[in-house]
Design a protein around this ligand. Structure first.
Ligand SMILES: Nc1nc2c(ncn2[C@@H]2O[C@H](COP(=O)(O)OP(=O)(O)OP(=O)(O)O)[C@@H](O)[C@H]2O)c(=O)[nH]1
Ligand SMILES: [Mg+2]
Length: 225
């Protein structure tokens, strides 16, 4: 297939996705629902963040999660153990969630009774960046174990984010994390982006994260997301 034809097909897929994402977004708006898309490299701590969030905040906010992985129901099972209503989307060979997958999973949730719906994306710093899911807030995790230059290597993803969570801060010293270099990378690619330093293990920074979530829930109800 010619390069021009491949580009054409890809543009067609993305256009269809954008249309579905716009429809998802309008639908979420009718409930005043705040939808948060969590993206990162594999293993940077998305599910651990959600486990702690559901444990600590589950009685204060009405939350649920759809979680994408190529294979296994492991993450949904982990999240169910902390009382979350969690549904796994198994994507097979597809390296990202798309707006249609999100649309198709909606009947498994009672969205009208939620404040926040998390979408844990497939661990990948490339594909998910191009797929709008209809979310109101996109949060990227950058763990101290994966390298300070990730924003420089995956600029499309880091430019698409609303907030960065610098995760696994409890391991920073042990792995010789160069925080100044990480911030310099972020500043180069996404100047001014808010960053929260957190540890799902020790609880560092989690209060600030919860504060953001509570505000997102309020903004949703006020029709601001
Ligand atoms: N020390 C430490 N370990 C963490 C922290 N957060 C996550 N981990 C560990 O990192 C590993 C991967 O965490 P997950 O939460 O599964 O990562 P993920 O981003 O959901 O991974 P995928 O869904 O596969 O993309 C697990 O062994 C976690 O226990 C943290 O704050 N501190
Ligand atoms: Mg996970």
């Amino acid at each position: 297939m010619s390069q021009a034809r491949i580009v054409q097909i890809r543009q067609g897929i993305l256009k269809d996705n954008d249309l579905q994402a716009a429809s998802n977004r309008a639908y979420f708006g009718t409930f005043g629902l705040s939808v948060i898309n969590l993206v990162s490299s594999p293993g940077s701590g998305k599910t651990a963040l959600l486990e702690r969030t559901f444990s600590d905040l589950g009685t204060q906010l009405r939350m649920a999660v759809a979680v994408g992985d190529l294979a296994t129901e492991n993450d949904a099972m982990r999240l169910k153990k902390v009382g979350a209503h969690a549904v796994q989307i198994v994507t097979g060979t597809i390296c990202h969630l798309d707006a249609k997958m999100v649309h198709n999973i909606i009947p498994q949730f009672n969205l009208a009774e939620l404040d926040i719906w998390f979408l844990e994306n497939v661990g990948n710093l490339v594909c998910p960046s191009s797929y709008d899911l209809g979310e109101g807030f996109r949060v990227g995790l950058l763990s101290v174990t994966e390298g300070e230059d990730k924003p420089l290597k995956y600029p499309t993803m880091f430019r698409s984010l609303d907030l960065i969570l610098m995760t696994k801060m409890d391991l920073a010293e042990a792995v010789g994390f160069d925080k100044a270099a990480a911030y310099a990378s972020l500043e180069q690619i996404a100047p001014g982006i808010p960053v929260l330093e957190i540890s799902s293990k020790t609880g560092l920074g989690m209060d600030s994260w919860y504060h953001i979530l509570k505000n997102k829930a309020i903004e949703g109800k006020e029709g601001k997301v």
